[in-house]
Design a protein around this ligand. Structure first.
Ligand SMILES: Nc1nc2c(ncn2[C@@H]2O[C@H](COP(=O)(O)OP(=O)(O)OP(=O)(O)O)[C@@H](O)[C@H]2O)c(=O)[nH]1
Ligand SMILES: [Mg+2]
Length: 312
Protein backbone atom coordinates (compact mmCIF):
# COMPACT_ATOMS: atom_id res chain seq x y z
CA UNK A 1 0.00 0.00 0.00
CA UNK A 2 1.74 3.07 -1.21
CA UNK A 3 -0.75 5.74 -0.26
CA UNK A 4 0.22 6.00 3.41
CA UNK A 5 3.28 7.94 4.60
CA UNK A 6 4.50 4.84 6.45
CA UNK A 7 4.66 2.89 3.25
CA UNK A 8 7.22 5.11 1.55
CA UNK A 9 10.68 3.56 1.31
CA UNK A 10 13.30 4.89 3.73
CA UNK A 11 15.37 7.82 2.49
CA UNK A 12 19.10 7.14 2.11
CA UNK A 13 19.92 9.16 5.24
CA UNK A 14 17.63 7.13 7.47
CA UNK A 15 18.56 3.81 9.03
CA UNK A 16 16.93 0.94 7.14
CA UNK A 17 13.42 0.44 8.43
CA UNK A 18 11.56 -2.71 9.07
CA UNK A 19 8.31 -3.82 7.53
CA UNK A 20 5.29 -5.10 9.37
CA UNK A 21 1.77 -5.96 8.36
CA UNK A 22 -1.37 -7.76 9.37
CA UNK A 23 -2.46 -10.46 6.96
CA UNK A 24 -5.96 -11.90 7.31
CA UNK A 25 -6.30 -15.52 6.22
CA UNK A 26 -9.90 -16.15 5.18
CA UNK A 27 -11.90 -18.71 3.25
CA UNK A 28 -14.52 -21.41 3.40
CA UNK A 29 -14.40 -24.00 6.20
CA UNK A 30 -11.83 -26.75 5.64
CA UNK A 31 -9.88 -24.84 2.96
CA UNK A 32 -6.66 -25.38 4.90
CA UNK A 33 -6.24 -21.93 6.51
CA UNK A 34 -4.97 -23.21 9.85
CA UNK A 35 -2.67 -25.76 8.22
CA UNK A 36 -1.25 -22.91 6.14
CA UNK A 37 -0.76 -20.60 9.13
CA UNK A 38 0.94 -23.38 11.12
CA UNK A 39 3.20 -24.21 8.23
CA UNK A 40 4.17 -20.57 7.61
CA UNK A 41 4.81 -20.10 11.33
CA UNK A 42 6.75 -23.34 11.58
CA UNK A 43 4.87 -24.40 14.67
CA UNK A 44 1.41 -25.31 15.83
CA UNK A 45 -0.54 -22.21 16.70
CA UNK A 46 -3.96 -23.28 15.46
CA UNK A 47 -5.70 -26.65 15.62
CA UNK A 48 -6.42 -28.59 12.45
CA UNK A 49 -8.91 -31.33 11.66
CA UNK A 50 -10.54 -32.93 8.63
CA UNK A 51 -13.90 -31.53 9.81
CA UNK A 52 -15.21 -28.12 8.75
CA UNK A 53 -15.61 -25.36 11.35
CA UNK A 54 -12.56 -26.37 13.31
CA UNK A 55 -11.31 -22.87 14.03
CA UNK A 56 -13.73 -20.86 16.17
CA UNK A 57 -11.95 -17.56 16.85
CA UNK A 58 -9.22 -15.44 15.35
CA UNK A 59 -5.68 -16.44 16.30
CA UNK A 60 -2.74 -14.21 15.49
CA UNK A 61 0.57 -15.80 14.65
CA UNK A 62 3.84 -13.96 14.15
CA UNK A 63 6.25 -14.85 11.36
CA UNK A 64 9.60 -13.11 10.93
CA UNK A 65 10.82 -13.15 7.33
CA UNK A 66 13.40 -11.00 5.48
CA UNK A 67 13.32 -8.13 8.03
CA UNK A 68 9.55 -8.14 7.94
CA UNK A 69 7.11 -9.11 10.62
CA UNK A 70 4.07 -10.85 9.18
CA UNK A 71 1.17 -10.99 11.59
CA UNK A 72 -1.05 -13.74 10.23
CA UNK A 73 -4.63 -13.81 11.46
CA UNK A 74 -6.11 -17.29 11.16
CA UNK A 75 -9.88 -17.07 11.13
CA UNK A 76 -12.94 -19.32 11.32
CA UNK A 77 -14.20 -20.58 7.98
CA UNK A 78 -17.00 -18.46 6.54
CA UNK A 79 -20.38 -20.18 6.08
CA UNK A 80 -24.07 -19.37 6.54
CA UNK A 81 -24.37 -19.06 10.30
CA UNK A 82 -27.36 -20.22 12.29
CA UNK A 83 -26.49 -20.54 15.95
CA UNK A 84 -25.30 -17.60 18.04
CA UNK A 85 -21.92 -19.34 18.19
CA UNK A 86 -21.77 -19.60 14.39
CA UNK A 87 -22.72 -15.97 13.90
CA UNK A 88 -19.97 -14.88 16.27
CA UNK A 89 -17.45 -17.08 14.45
CA UNK A 90 -18.28 -15.70 11.01
CA UNK A 91 -18.31 -12.13 12.34
CA UNK A 92 -14.82 -12.67 13.79
CA UNK A 93 -13.58 -13.82 10.39
CA UNK A 94 -14.93 -10.78 8.54
CA UNK A 95 -13.78 -8.42 11.25
CA UNK A 96 -10.21 -9.59 10.84
CA UNK A 97 -10.17 -8.31 7.27
CA UNK A 98 -11.03 -4.78 8.43
CA UNK A 99 -7.68 -3.86 9.94
CA UNK A 100 -5.59 -6.02 7.62
CA UNK A 101 -2.95 -4.79 5.18
CA UNK A 102 -3.61 -7.81 3.03
CA UNK A 103 -6.22 -10.56 2.86
CA UNK A 104 -5.41 -14.06 1.65
CA UNK A 105 -8.37 -15.95 0.27
CA UNK A 106 -7.52 -19.61 0.78
CA UNK A 107 -9.35 -21.92 -1.61
CA UNK A 108 -9.43 -25.71 -1.55
CA UNK A 109 -8.41 -26.24 -5.18
CA UNK A 110 -9.93 -29.71 -5.23
CA UNK A 111 -13.32 -28.46 -4.05
CA UNK A 112 -13.21 -25.61 -6.61
CA UNK A 113 -15.81 -22.85 -6.89
CA UNK A 114 -18.42 -23.98 -4.38
CA UNK A 115 -21.53 -22.12 -3.32
CA UNK A 116 -19.86 -21.23 0.00
CA UNK A 117 -16.90 -19.75 -1.86
CA UNK A 118 -19.21 -17.87 -4.20
CA UNK A 119 -20.85 -16.01 -1.35
CA UNK A 120 -17.47 -15.19 0.22
CA UNK A 121 -16.31 -13.73 -3.09
CA UNK A 122 -19.33 -11.46 -3.28
CA UNK A 123 -18.45 -9.89 0.10
CA UNK A 124 -14.68 -9.88 -0.42
CA UNK A 125 -15.18 -7.82 -3.57
CA UNK A 126 -15.62 -4.80 -1.33
CA UNK A 127 -12.46 -5.43 0.68
CA UNK A 128 -10.44 -2.32 1.44
CA UNK A 129 -7.23 -4.35 1.64
CA UNK A 130 -5.82 -6.03 -1.46
CA UNK A 131 -6.79 -9.68 -1.78
CA UNK A 132 -4.48 -12.45 -2.90
CA UNK A 133 -5.80 -15.75 -4.13
CA UNK A 134 -4.16 -18.79 -2.54
CA UNK A 135 -5.10 -22.02 -4.28
CA UNK A 136 -4.32 -24.66 -1.68
CA UNK A 137 -4.21 -28.48 -1.69
CA UNK A 138 -2.54 -28.48 -5.10
CA UNK A 139 -1.00 -31.81 -4.11
CA UNK A 140 -4.44 -33.36 -4.50
CA UNK A 141 -5.25 -32.30 -8.06
CA UNK A 142 -3.88 -32.28 -11.55
CA UNK A 143 -2.16 -28.95 -12.28
CA UNK A 144 -4.16 -28.70 -15.52
CA UNK A 145 -7.26 -28.00 -13.46
CA UNK A 146 -5.68 -25.02 -11.70
CA UNK A 147 -5.71 -22.61 -14.62
CA UNK A 148 -9.43 -22.74 -15.40
CA UNK A 149 -10.17 -22.39 -11.69
CA UNK A 150 -7.88 -19.37 -11.41
CA UNK A 151 -9.56 -17.81 -14.43
CA UNK A 152 -13.06 -18.43 -13.05
CA UNK A 153 -12.16 -16.89 -9.69
CA UNK A 154 -10.40 -13.91 -11.23
CA UNK A 155 -13.53 -13.15 -13.19
CA UNK A 156 -15.24 -12.35 -9.89
CA UNK A 157 -12.44 -10.45 -8.16
CA UNK A 158 -9.31 -8.97 -9.64
CA UNK A 159 -6.86 -10.63 -7.30
CA UNK A 160 -3.64 -8.65 -6.87
CA UNK A 161 -1.71 -11.94 -6.88
CA UNK A 162 -2.48 -15.60 -7.34
CA UNK A 163 -0.41 -18.36 -5.77
CA UNK A 164 -0.64 -22.10 -5.93
CA UNK A 165 0.48 -23.90 -2.83
CA UNK A 166 0.19 -26.98 -0.72
CA UNK A 167 0.08 -26.20 2.98
CA UNK A 168 0.54 -29.91 3.57
CA UNK A 169 3.76 -30.40 1.58
CA UNK A 170 5.01 -26.81 1.85
CA UNK A 171 5.06 -26.38 -1.91
CA UNK A 172 5.01 -22.71 -2.97
CA UNK A 173 5.23 -21.35 0.57
CA UNK A 174 8.74 -19.93 0.37
CA UNK A 175 7.77 -17.75 -2.56
CA UNK A 176 4.61 -16.76 -0.75
CA UNK A 177 6.62 -15.65 2.32
CA UNK A 178 9.00 -13.64 0.13
CA UNK A 179 6.10 -11.91 -1.57
CA UNK A 180 4.28 -11.12 1.66
CA UNK A 181 7.46 -9.77 3.26
CA UNK A 182 7.97 -7.48 0.26
CA UNK A 183 4.35 -6.35 0.28
CA UNK A 184 3.69 -5.30 3.88
CA UNK A 185 4.28 -1.60 4.63
CA UNK A 186 7.39 -0.14 6.24
CA UNK A 187 6.88 0.27 9.95
CA UNK A 188 7.95 -0.93 13.37
CA UNK A 189 7.19 -4.44 14.57
CA UNK A 190 3.87 -4.75 16.36
CA UNK A 191 4.93 -7.71 18.50
CA UNK A 192 8.18 -8.91 20.10
CA UNK A 193 10.17 -10.89 17.52
CA UNK A 194 10.04 -14.12 19.51
CA UNK A 195 6.27 -14.01 19.98
CA UNK A 196 4.60 -16.95 18.36
CA UNK A 197 0.91 -16.28 18.83
CA UNK A 198 -1.57 -14.34 20.91
CA UNK A 199 -3.21 -17.49 22.23
CA UNK A 200 -2.92 -17.68 26.04
CA UNK A 201 -1.80 -21.07 27.40
CA UNK A 202 -5.19 -21.68 29.05
CA UNK A 203 -6.90 -21.30 25.66
CA UNK A 204 -4.24 -23.41 23.98
CA UNK A 205 -4.96 -26.24 26.42
CA UNK A 206 -8.70 -26.04 25.71
CA UNK A 207 -8.07 -25.97 21.95
CA UNK A 208 -5.79 -29.00 22.04
CA UNK A 209 -8.49 -30.93 23.91
CA UNK A 210 -11.07 -29.79 21.35
CA UNK A 211 -8.82 -30.90 18.53
CA UNK A 212 -8.83 -34.43 19.95
CA UNK A 213 -12.62 -34.31 20.24
CA UNK A 214 -12.81 -33.29 16.57
CA UNK A 215 -10.50 -36.13 15.62
CA UNK A 216 -11.96 -38.83 17.81
CA UNK A 217 -15.70 -38.25 17.63
CA UNK A 218 -18.04 -37.95 14.70
CA UNK A 219 -21.27 -36.54 13.36
CA UNK A 220 -22.91 -34.07 15.67
CA UNK A 221 -20.60 -34.41 18.66
CA UNK A 222 -17.61 -32.26 17.56
CA UNK A 223 -19.69 -29.24 16.66
CA UNK A 224 -21.74 -29.45 19.79
CA UNK A 225 -18.81 -29.51 22.15
CA UNK A 226 -16.87 -26.64 23.67
CA UNK A 227 -13.92 -26.77 26.04
CA UNK A 228 -12.96 -24.35 28.79
CA UNK A 229 -9.92 -24.42 31.03
CA UNK A 230 -11.26 -24.10 34.58
CA UNK A 231 -8.06 -24.35 36.54
CA UNK A 232 -4.35 -23.98 35.92
CA UNK A 233 -2.20 -24.93 38.84
CA UNK A 234 1.57 -24.55 38.80
CA UNK A 235 3.23 -27.32 40.78
CA UNK A 236 6.46 -26.97 42.73
CA UNK A 237 8.12 -29.70 40.66
CA UNK A 238 7.70 -27.58 37.49
CA UNK A 239 4.72 -29.52 36.18
CA UNK A 240 1.26 -28.05 35.71
CA UNK A 241 -2.18 -29.38 36.55
CA UNK A 242 -4.82 -28.34 34.01
CA UNK A 243 -8.54 -28.95 34.58
CA UNK A 244 -10.77 -28.59 31.54
CA UNK A 245 -14.54 -28.84 31.26
CA UNK A 246 -16.07 -30.16 28.06
CA UNK A 247 -19.62 -28.93 27.54
CA UNK A 248 -21.96 -30.81 25.24
CA UNK A 249 -25.57 -30.10 24.34
CA UNK A 250 -27.15 -33.47 25.05
CA UNK A 251 -26.96 -36.52 27.29
CA UNK A 252 -26.39 -38.72 24.22
CA UNK A 253 -23.38 -36.63 23.21
CA UNK A 254 -22.03 -36.85 26.73
CA UNK A 255 -22.35 -40.63 26.64
CA UNK A 256 -20.43 -40.81 23.34
CA UNK A 257 -17.69 -38.55 24.66
CA UNK A 258 -17.25 -40.55 27.80
CA UNK A 259 -17.34 -43.88 25.98
CA UNK A 260 -17.47 -47.38 27.41
CA UNK A 261 -16.18 -47.24 30.94
CA UNK A 262 -14.71 -43.79 30.24
CA UNK A 263 -12.51 -45.12 27.44
CA UNK A 264 -13.17 -42.31 24.96
CA UNK A 265 -12.54 -39.39 27.28
CA UNK A 266 -9.46 -41.16 28.60
CA UNK A 267 -8.11 -41.48 25.09
CA UNK A 268 -8.88 -37.84 24.31
CA UNK A 269 -7.12 -36.83 27.52
CA UNK A 270 -4.11 -39.03 26.92
CA UNK A 271 -3.44 -37.65 23.46
CA UNK A 272 -4.16 -34.05 24.41
CA UNK A 273 -1.81 -34.35 27.38
CA UNK A 274 1.01 -35.73 25.22
CA UNK A 275 0.60 -32.91 22.74
CA UNK A 276 0.46 -30.27 25.47
CA UNK A 277 3.63 -31.61 27.06
CA UNK A 278 5.41 -31.08 23.75
CA UNK A 279 3.94 -27.63 23.12
CA UNK A 280 4.47 -26.35 26.67
CA UNK A 281 7.72 -28.25 27.12
CA UNK A 282 6.85 -29.44 30.61
CA UNK A 283 5.02 -32.20 32.42
CA UNK A 284 1.26 -31.86 32.33
CA UNK A 285 -1.46 -33.44 34.46
CA UNK A 286 -4.68 -33.05 32.51
CA UNK A 287 -8.12 -33.63 34.02
CA UNK A 288 -11.23 -33.60 31.85
CA UNK A 289 -14.75 -33.21 33.12
CA UNK A 290 -17.68 -33.73 30.71
CA UNK A 291 -20.85 -31.75 31.42
CA UNK A 292 -24.20 -31.72 29.67
CA UNK A 293 -25.38 -28.18 29.11
CA UNK A 294 -28.27 -27.75 26.77
CA UNK A 295 -28.08 -24.67 24.56
CA UNK A 296 -24.49 -23.72 25.48
CA UNK A 297 -24.03 -22.57 21.87
CA UNK A 298 -26.63 -19.86 22.43
CA UNK A 299 -25.14 -18.84 25.78
CA UNK A 300 -23.25 -15.55 25.88
CA UNK A 301 -20.89 -16.67 28.66
CA UNK A 302 -19.77 -19.77 26.75
CA UNK A 303 -19.16 -17.76 23.57
CA UNK A 304 -17.15 -15.16 25.45
CA UNK A 305 -15.19 -17.91 27.19
CA UNK A 306 -13.77 -19.00 23.85
CA UNK A 307 -12.68 -15.47 23.04
CA UNK A 308 -15.55 -14.46 20.76
CA UNK A 309 -17.50 -11.26 21.04
CA UNK A 310 -21.19 -11.61 21.56
CA UNK A 311 -22.87 -10.12 18.54
CA UNK A 312 -26.45 -10.86 19.58
N1 LIG B 1 -3.74 -32.88 0.98
C1 LIG B 1 -3.80 -31.69 1.60
N2 LIG B 1 -4.56 -31.55 2.68
C2 LIG B 1 -4.60 -30.34 3.29
C3 LIG B 1 -3.86 -29.23 2.81
N3 LIG B 1 -4.10 -28.18 3.61
C4 LIG B 1 -4.95 -28.62 4.56
N4 LIG B 1 -5.26 -29.91 4.38
C5 LIG B 1 -6.18 -30.76 5.18
O1 LIG B 1 -7.47 -30.17 5.10
C6 LIG B 1 -8.18 -30.34 6.33
C7 LIG B 1 -8.65 -29.00 6.87
O2 LIG B 1 -7.53 -28.24 7.24
P1 LIG B 1 -7.65 -26.99 8.24
O3 LIG B 1 -6.31 -26.33 8.22
O4 LIG B 1 -8.21 -27.41 9.55
O5 LIG B 1 -8.70 -26.11 7.43
P2 LIG B 1 -9.33 -24.69 7.87
O6 LIG B 1 -9.50 -23.91 6.62
O7 LIG B 1 -8.51 -24.07 8.93
O8 LIG B 1 -10.75 -25.15 8.41
P3 LIG B 1 -11.76 -24.36 9.43
O9 LIG B 1 -10.98 -23.97 10.64
O10 LIG B 1 -12.79 -25.36 9.73
O11 LIG B 1 -12.30 -23.19 8.68
C8 LIG B 1 -7.20 -31.07 7.27
O12 LIG B 1 -7.50 -32.44 7.22
C9 LIG B 1 -5.84 -30.77 6.67
O13 LIG B 1 -4.89 -31.77 6.96
C10 LIG B 1 -3.04 -29.42 1.63
O14 LIG B 1 -2.36 -28.52 1.12
N5 LIG B 1 -3.07 -30.66 1.07
MG1 LIG C 1 -9.01 -23.50 10.83
Amino acid sequence: MTDTPEASPPSPTEAPRTRCGIIAVVGAPNAGKSTLVNRLTGSKVSIVSPKPQTTRFRIRAVVMHNEAQLVLADTPGIFSPRRRLDRAMVAAAWESTQDADLALLVVDARAGLTEALQSILSVLKRSRAPVWLVLNKTDLIDTKRLLPLTAALNEQIQFAETMMVSAETGDGLQRMLDMMAAHVPFGPYLFPEDDLSDLPDRMLAAEIVREQILRQTHEEVPHHATVETEQWEERRDGSVRIDCTIYVGRASQKAILIGDGGSKVKDIGRRARAELETLLDRRVHLFLNVKERQGWDEERARIRAIGLEDIG
